[in-house]
Design a protein around this ligand. Structure first.
Ligand code: SF4
Length: 56
């Protein structure tokens, strides 16, 4: 599903360069990619995830 799903394509193509704020510099960014995508509608773009417990 991860490799072929059209709906997940925008997440699959994401790189650390697409992130902003503290997510961009985070040690886990390559794996996490700013965490839950539910934060994106709130902020308008991936990164600086206000729900992250690691960044606090
Ligand atoms: S959501 Fe948290 S763990 Fe994930 S990249 Fe951002 S700061 Fe790092």
């Amino acid at each position: 599903m991860w490799e072929e799903s059209y709906q997940l394509g925008y997440i699959r193509a994401r790189t650390v360069d697409d992130l902003w704020g503290y997510c961009r510099e985070c040690y886990y960014a390559e794996t996490c990619m700013a965490g839950c995508t539910a934060a994106e509608p709130l902020l308008g773009r991936p990164g600086n995830n206000p729900f992250c417990h690691h960044a606090r």
